[in-house]
Design a protein around this ligand. Sequence first.
Ligand SMILES: [Fe+2]
Ligand SMILES: [Fe+2]
Length: 192
Amino acid sequence: MKAISIIRDEHRSLAAVLHGMLYLVREIGERGKKPDFRLLAAMMYYIDTFPERFHHPKEDRYLFRILGLRHPAAGGLLRRLDAEHRAGTEKIRALEQALARYQAGGPAEFSNFRTAVEAYAQFHWDHMRVEETELLPLAEKYLTAADWLEIDTAFLGHTDPLLGAEVGARYDTLFSRIVNLAPPPIGLGPET
Ligand SMILES: [Fe+2]
Ligand SMILES: [Fe+2]
């Protein structure tokens, strides 16, 4: 069940970037720090492309589909999570617009941006928590060894190169870039 640890690791990476973004908006809002738009843009790019193009498609195409076949009673949960994957696409657009308005409009647009970051982070935490506490335990219980072979093979990139380890490594590089740009305590970049 390599796929389960891959999904959990990916949730940790996404959560780290969301925590980083929340930290930055708190520093701006409460301590008057200047916004680092290069870092905010790198974080935004990550949370736009990583869940949308890589993480959620793997869940949809393999885990959700096969669990739906093996355990039809999970249908309600699967529909909810699938609807959240689609809703996430709209929410990230709203967040991007809020960042663009903040960058162009200055401090008057900050509170909108902060609200959008907080809403997006909360939405994604709730989603990841339900996957980890409800979905993954059902998958562990109902999927067969052959199912796991199919899912693990896809997650490792052997059948679906767009969703596998090689593409995952590109996101790891992007994640490292964010860590190197971000100031302590969230990253290794220069103090601001
Ligand atoms: Fe998901
Ligand atoms: Fe997930």
